[in-house]
Design a protein around this ligand. Structure first.
Ligand code: HEC
Length: 130
């Protein structure tokens, strides 16, 4: 077996460098996807909420939820707590509700919260366009 020459070493280093940049690119892509509002909605909300105005799930549909009065979808089932909350879903109200639903509306049947502010912001931005 011949010794590893400078040339081979350089080649090895180049391979090592491109592997590690490859990984960091992948990590960056994964991170970008993490804060994709659409993806987060699919992962964290769509089990109970649709974005189709004729179709409620376990929770009310969320089509056009920005600007809507809480508890106002006739065909959905709501807790009295949410129905009587008097909330209008603007960005700020959604922000607070998603951070801690039962603190904002004690007695709400929605218990899922999104503790990460960046994820909340991404989901709300996504909902703004639905
Ligand atoms: C496990 C089921 C479930 C999940 C998951 C869930 N929700 Fe809910 N959501 C509900 C229920 C049930 C209600 C009705 C609560 C009530 O009446 O007190 C509700 C109510 C809401 C309301 C109020 C709507 C209205 O018409 O007043 C908003 C806004 C909302 N959810 C947003 C979200 C978002 C955004 C996500 C994802 C981050 C999410 N929810 C995840 C079950 C869920």
């Amino acid at each position: 077996m011949r010794n590893i020459g400078t040339h081979d070493l350089a080649a090895l280093l180049l391979i090592a460098a491109s592997v590690s940049t490859g990984f960091s690119t992948l990590a960056a892509v994964a991170e970008a996807q993490d804060v994709s509002g659409e993806r987060l909605f699919q992962q964290r909300c769509s089990a109970c909420h649709t974005l189709q105005s004729h179709q409620n799930g376990f929770g009310p549909h969320l089509a056009g939820v920005i600007g809507r009065t809480a508890g106002s979808i006739e065909t959905a089932r709501y807790s009295d707590a949410l129905r009587n909350s008097g909330i209008v879903w603007d960005r700020g109200a959604l922000e607070a509700f998603l951070a801690a639903p039962s603190e904002v509306v004690p007695g709400t049947r929605m218990t899922v919260s999104i503790p990460d502010p960046a994820q909340r912001a991404a989901i709300i931005s996504y909902l703004e366009n639905q």
